[in-house]
Design a protein around this ligand. Structure first.
Ligand code: GLA
Length: 395
């Protein structure tokens, strides 16, 4: 039996409190890992990691949401840890170490008001809050912080990679990037190829964002997500054949796909078509928002949902029902599934005066139709995560 050391809390230092928000993607789904465009907002719900530096290399975690604890050493293999939620934190520590941050132990309490696996990026909120906490704990311990950490997107890439090494999910950069770089009151048009960003205001007096959690749970690791990513890679390889040299599906446009698409079997053609049309929709949606054309924005959301349902096949009957209900309600500009799909949540944009009514309609109609309960609420476009010290908290 392996003996675990007990993490000894630092006798003097007060805890580091790191918080990272969840996100709702307004449009641009399954495009990030194809080097395309996404348009998310961070929301006013998130995950908090309160960490006390310890004097050794042990990590002791307590998850309030799971009612469980985990302990491991900073150099343990993240992929084999139990319980599985601890892998997110261990994955972050392992990627930070590999990128030059000295290993430090800590004791931490993790709390969240995000639904777990609900399509609002609870996993990136956890990896990002853990990364912010770990860096701050190292800094307090006198460690030299590698200068690259200040470069935009670097910590987000570490959090994305953590999910791959620790959980086997080959997710894209959208979720951690949003959690670490979002701005209050604004949506973020991110070009996932070069990480250039354009912020577009989402004025609270013009539009409210309503999120409905279907209660259907996905497990991205369970295969569908990685399978879609694999299909995109296969479509790209076939299109590239001899001659063409596309770096990603992002490099295709509608006319190139019309000309070259016959080289693809039907399923791969539909996957590629989703990516091509979604990239165009997302850029147009950002422009529509910038010129306050919410009606056009809403129509693009509906087209996005249809494309995800028919071409990409990542929706499910419960998400489709939520979208249908929203689109019949008063004051709604548009509605679609958000996040990886196979369950999770929908997002609807609605006139502020009709938001409360939409929340009620979605909850009652969804239950009537499916027998399930949806958690529906208005969310606010919020700022990025960050760290503070909490001298009052007790270790
Ligand atoms: C999940 C992934 C993201 C992104 C979305 C789909 O949320 O973590 O990187 O691919 O699915 O848009």
């Amino acid at each position: 039996m392996r003996r675990f050391p007990k993490a000894r809390p630092h006798p003097v230092l007060s805890p580091v409190v790191a918080r990272a928000p969840g996100r709702v993607n307004l449009i641009g789904e399954h495009t990030d890992y194809n080097e395309g465009f996404v348009l998310p907002i961070a929301i006013d719900r998130g995950t908090e990691v309160s960490a006390w530096p310890s004097e050794d290399d042990a990590v002791l975690l307590e998850s309030v949401a799971y009612g469980e604890t985990a302990r491991f050493r900073v150099d343990d293999d993240p992929a084999t840890l139990q319980p599985p939620w601890a892998r997110y934190v261990a994955g972050v520590l392992s990627r930070l170490r590999r990128n030059g941050l000295p290993a430090v132990g800590f004791r931490a309490k993790i709390d969240t008001d995000l639904p777990l696996g609900g399509g609002l990026s609870s996993s990136a909120a956890l990896t990002c809050a853990s990364a912010l906490a770990a860096v701050e704990v190292a800094r307090l311990g006198g460690a030299a912080i590698p200068p690259w950490l200040e470069e935009p997107g670097r910590l987000a890439a570490i959090c994305r990679d953590a999910e791959r090494v620790a959980l086997g999910v080959r997710c894209g950069i959208m979720d951690p990037y949003t959690a670490l770089h979002a701005r209050s009151g604004q949506a973020l048009l991110l070009d996932c190829r070069d990480l250039s960003v354009r912020f577009v205001p989402l004025p609270a007096d013009r539009v409210s964002v309503v999120v409905a959690d279907s209660g259907v749970r996905h497990s991205l690791a369970a295969g569908g997500y990685n399978e879609r990513r694999g299909e995109c890679e296969e479509a790209l390889a076939r299109l590239n054949g001899p001659g063409a040299r596309l770096r990603s599906l992002r490099d295709l446009d509608a006319s190139a796909l019309a000309a070259e698409g016959k080289r693809l079997p039907p399923t791969l053609l539909r996957r590629a078509r989703h990516v091509v049309t979604e990239n165009a929709r997302t850029q147009e949606a950002a422009d529509s928002l910038a010129r306050d054309d919410l009606a056009r924005f809403g129509r693009l959301m509906v087209e996005s949902h249809e494309s995800l349902r028919k071409d990409y096949e990542v929706s499910c009957p419960e998400l489709d029902a939520l979208v249908e209900i929203a689109l019949r309600a008063r004051g709604v500009f548009g509605s679609r599934m958000t996040g990886g799909g196979f369950g999770g949540s929908t997002v609807s944009l609605v006139e502020p005066g009709s938001a409360k009514r939409l929340v009620e309609t979605l909850a009652t109609e969804y239950e009537r139709r499916t027998g399930r309960k949806a958690e529906v609420r208005v969310v606010r476009p919020s700022g990025a995560g960050g760290v503070r010290r909490d001298p009052a908290a007790q270790g």
